[in-house]
Design a protein around this ligand. Structure first.
Ligand SMILES: *[C@@H]1O[C@H](CO)[C@@H](O)[C@H](O)[C@H]1NC(C)=O
Ligand SMILES: *[C@@H]1O[C@H](CO)[C@@H](O)[C@H](O)[C@H]1NC(C)=O
Length: 264
């Protein structure tokens, strides 16, 4: 009964996300750059100053279509500018850390990511252009040295209010469900997405805690089970805890024929 309900709601979530999707396809857009690093750090995704530490500082704000009400936070994109005189064909790989409220420009890149698109010796020309026509597509995120992790948010309150922020989510997938249980118990409590990568519950069990998630994978979803005892009984706000798993799933989207649109 419970599982059936869950399956239906999962399907519903997948359907919602696929209507605005096809972000794996190559899209045309425009990109500018942030003149100060602190602008990226302010962050609608809630990463704060951590954002500049992601992906070597190659981060970006995306328009509402790319940010997807926060579901897109932490997703990775390859972006290249179309002016082949100043830009390389490979472009740059960026991680989404913010919402760009201006819909005319798909992306606002950190200045290092923006410069990263330039051919040798062309950085000044690129900066002078300021706003560029670009192509982009979603790509899998790769975290070789980090497992999927959670940061316990400052508004968490023992005993039962727990808010966590996901970090280092690899692959090309969305987290669509999160449950928490005391280690050794099968009494799973679901968490709600607060915003972006932050999930919370006011019914967190007491004790050391384990998690399970559902991510989009293939054309469907997949359970991911964390190691036992991700959070110790005395979890601390502001601390980051390793879930002991790497996410590498790739979600497919029903957007033929874009699958064949290769990025040379
Ligand atoms: C940008 O587009 C989104 C979705 O289409 C819309 O909700 C929003 O109001 C737009 N923002 C502006 C500033 O036009
Ligand atoms: C990731 O998790 C695995 C399995 O729990 C663990 O052995 C490994 O040390 C972790 N890696 C990092 C970089 O923390």
């Amino acid at each position: 009964m419970c599982e059936k309900f869950f399956t239906l709601s999962l399907l519903f979530l997948l359907l919602i996300s696929s209507t605005s999707a096809c972000d794996r396809c190559v899209h045309q857009s425009r990109a500018a750059y942030f003149s100060s690093a602190s602008t990226v750090a302010a962050g609608a995704c809630g990463y704060g100053s951590m954002a500049m530490g992601f992906n070597g500082g190659f981060v970006a704000a995306g328009s509402s279509v790319i940010h997807r009400g926060g579901i897109g936070c932490g997703a990775c994109f390859q972006i290249r500018c179309k002016d082949t005189r100043v830009c390389t064909r490979g472009g740059v790989k960026v991680t989404l850390t913010d919402l760009n409220k201006n819909n005319d420009t798909g992306f606002i890149l950190s200045s290092s990511a923006f410069r990263g698109m330039a051919r040798n010796g062309m950085v000044q020309d690129l900066n002078k252009l300021g706003i560029l026509d670009v192509e982009y597509k979603r790509i899998p995120c790769e975290y070789k040295n980090q497992n999927l992790s959670i940061r316990v948010e400052e508004n968490s309150r023992r005993p039962n209010y727990l808010a966590i922020k996901f970090m280092y989510q690899g692959g090309q997938t969305d987290i669509v469900g999160v449950d928490v249980a005391r280690v050794g118990s099968s009494n799973w409590q679901f968490m709600n997405r607060d915003h972006g990568p932050v999930w919370s519950t006011n019914q967190a069990p007491v004790g050391s805690l384990q998690f399970r998630l559902v991510v989009t994978s293939g054309y469907d979803g997949k359970w991911i089970w964390t190691r036992n005892a991700v959070l110790p009984m005395d979890w601390k706000t502001g601390s980051v805890y390793d879930l002991g798993v790497k996410v590498t799933e790739i979600a497919q989207e029903g957007c033929n024929p874009c699958h064949r649109q290769d990025w040379e």
